[in-house]
Ligand binder design. Structure first.
Ligand SMILES: Cc1cc2nc3c(=O)[nH]c(=O)nc-3n(C[C@H](O)[C@H](O)[C@H](O)COP(=O)(O)OP(=O)(O)OC[C@H]3O[C@@H](n4cnc5c(N)ncnc54)[C@H](O)[C@@H]3O)c2cc1C
Length: 552
């Protein structure tokens, strides 16, 4: 198709296996968020399981989740309605079988979390069910009001720490997957400023999202797309890289925190108003503030342009202030730090990168295209979200695929009775001399470039210019060996940004979260995936028709 992608090094570091520290395990889990820990817990207790996470175990997107988990618990709700809502949000690009499987497994996953000690909000002994954009029924289970992630991670971390067969290695940065004879045999990591090889019979990738490639994001600093990039370098198939979901309402105070203001706030009846106090959403969509996220994000950007203002506002002043205080204690506290009383004052918000839909392709067992490598959670593209994720479906996906990956990897490891062998791997690549580069400057420039060119609205001119700039930065930076986490993260961000730009250029239509100003319509011939094997793009076959399901 004429797309030219830069040649990537296979590994970001040089090594010789004879001169390095080695560890051995049955199952290596890379990432300690919900998907990774749920995978570790699903492994057979006879196996040695090692969870490597680059920061403290609490640092993950999972821990920051606010709104909750979508699942069909209310007897008046139906699995078919949740399936249908997911398919509608996914803009005709979901894999129906995956959606059905995940939705059906949902209630059991919640039950398991409760068994682990997670305490969800209740009223009169029943779970309280919230409503979010795109859902036709109240089905969002939440905890501590708006700190669902914190509570479920508390329960899952406690359970993991008490499992004798699972060890957690914090502050352990995975640089690359180790591969030999077309199969994955572990990973090379940096720990205490030393390289180590972790040899594993089976490896599970659960490194989460990529929000940090954007200037405006809800994601914590760990979300630098490492897992996506190391999979690309290992030749693992990825897909949907053009689909980054933007959350419409991120607190915007220049120089201040970019905290998410959960969709549940709009679910409770908050209005979106512009600088003049005008409630603009009904003019853009009949569902008003509860329209899907892509529509709300685009409407906000349009209204910001119209009013020449850097943000719009959330207005809760007409709602019962006592209820708001109880329901959203976290948001109340964060906003209060900036002198905003959410029950009376307007909250300044604008969109920010929130959820990476694209990632490593997994089948319905959680297997990737690389032998002995499994993946789960936000780093994957399972087919659940299509071109747009339905609110609160991602924690659910992490739970379902975490279990699948853990069970699958565990069964495969048990079938292999031989002890791990150390293979004589080595890698020499970098020739260029080391330049003194300002990593923070390149990182900030990249984040601004991505926000401008591959943000809520895209067009051919901006994308082409961004691609040119990016290739120049890559030539400079991907050819340089790095010795720090900051350097490797930046190399990963540059690698993943390129695929995001190329995929956004290729998809000459608007669908779900991908909005092209120069191709505003959805085109039926684009009902297909853009896949990358390594960094070479190809198109996958069109999916089968999706059934029509009735909804109330
Ligand atoms: C503010 C916010 C609110 C959200 N609210 C909701 C919600 O209400 N409902 C919902 O369904 N979803 C929500 N989401 C999305 C959801 O939280 C995530 O999609 C989900 O938690 C991802 O889980 P995960 O386990 O795949 O990744 P994460 O939870 O991000 O975990 C990734 C793990 O990998 C580790 N890691 C990354 N790179 C490396 C590396 N190189 N080496 C070693 N370790 C590495 C990280 O340190 C981390 O431990 C929200 C997201 C955010 C940011």
């Amino acid at each position: 198709m004429g797309w030219r992608l830069n040649l990537l090094p296979r590994y970001l570091v040089e090594f010789r296996s004879k001169r390095i520290i080695h560890r051995f395990t049955d199952v290596l889990v890379i990432g300690g968020g919900l998907a990774g820990l749920r995978a570790a817990l699903a492994c057979d207790s006879r196996l040695d399981v090692l969870v490597a996470t680059k920061d403290k175990i609490r640092q993950s997107n999972s821990n920051y989740a606010q709104g909750g988990i979508a699942t069909v618990i209310d007897p008046a709700d139906r699995l078919e309605w949740h399936i249908r809502d997911t398919l509608i949000a996914g803009a005709n690009l979901c894999d129906y079988d995956v959606v059905k499987m995940v939705v059906e497994k949902g209630p059991r996953c919640i039950h398991e979390l409760i068994e682990m000690g997670a305490q969800f909000d209740q009223a009169d002994g029943d779970l309280t069910l919230g409503r979010e954009g795109g859902h036709s029924h109240n089905r969002i289970i939440h905890a501590l009001g708006d700190a669902t992630g914190q509570e479920i991670m508390r329960a899952v971390i406690n359970r993991t720490k008490s499992a004798e067969n699972i060890s957690i290695l914090e502050d352990t940065f995975t640089i690359d997957l180790l591969t030999d004879e077309d199969s994955c045999c572990g990973a090379i990591v940096s720990r205490n400023q030393q390289l180590q090889m972790i040899w594993a019979k089976q490896t599970i990738l659960a490194t989460g999202g990529a929000g940090q490639v954007y200037r405006e994001t809800t994601n914590p600093p760990v979300a630098t797309a490492d897992g996506h990039a190391l999979a690309i370098r290992a030749g693992v198939t990825t897909r949907d890289m053009e689909f980054m979901q933007f959350h419409p309402t991120v607190l915007y105070i220049a120089g201040g925190s970019r905290s998410l203001i959960t969709e549940a706030v709009r679910g409770e009846g908050a209005f979106l108003i512009d600088r003049d106090g005008y409630r603009f959403m009904p003019g853009y969509d009949a569902r008003a503030e509860l329209a899907p996220r892509d529509i709300v994000s685009q409407a906000i950007v349009a209204q910001m342009e119209k009013t020449h203002h850097p943000n719009v506002y959330l207005d809760l002043s007409h709602l019962d202030s006592r209820h708001i205080r109880q329901r959203f204690p976290g948001i109340l506290k964060t906003c209060a730090e900036f002198g905003i009383d959410i029950t009376q004052d307007r909250i300044p918000v604008r969109p920010g990168a929130h959820y990476m839909i694209g990632g490593v392709v997994v089948d319905t067992q959680s297997r990737t295209s690389l032998q002995n490598l499994w993946a789960a959670g936000e780093v994957t593209s399972s087919g659940l979200h299509g071109a747009n994720r339905l609110a609160s479906n991602s924690l659910l996906e992490g739970l379902v695929y975490g279990v699948l990956a853990g069970e699958g990897a565990s069964a495969a490891a048990l079938e292999d009775p031989l002890p791990n062998v150390l293979r004589p791997l080595e890698y020499r690549h970098f020739r260029s001399t080391r330049l003194e580069l300002d990593l923070a400057d390149i990182r900030n420039s990249l984040k601004s470039l991505m926000w401008r060119a591959v943000g809520v609205r895209r067009n051919a001119g901006e994308l082409a210019a961004a691609a040119e700039t990016l290739v120049a930065w890559q030539r400079l930076f991907l050819t340089q060996p790095q010795w720090t986490q900051l350097g490797w993260e930046l190399q990963n961000m540059l690698t993943v940004s390129e695929l995001m730009i190329v995929a956004a250029q290729m998809r000459t239509e608007s669908r779900g979260v991908h909005f092209r100003q120069d191709f505003p319509e959805t085109a039926s011939e684009w009902r297909r995936f853009i896949c990358f094997r390594g960094n070479t793009p190809s198109l996958s076959p069109i999916l089968g028709e999706q059934p029509n399901l009735s909804v109330p």
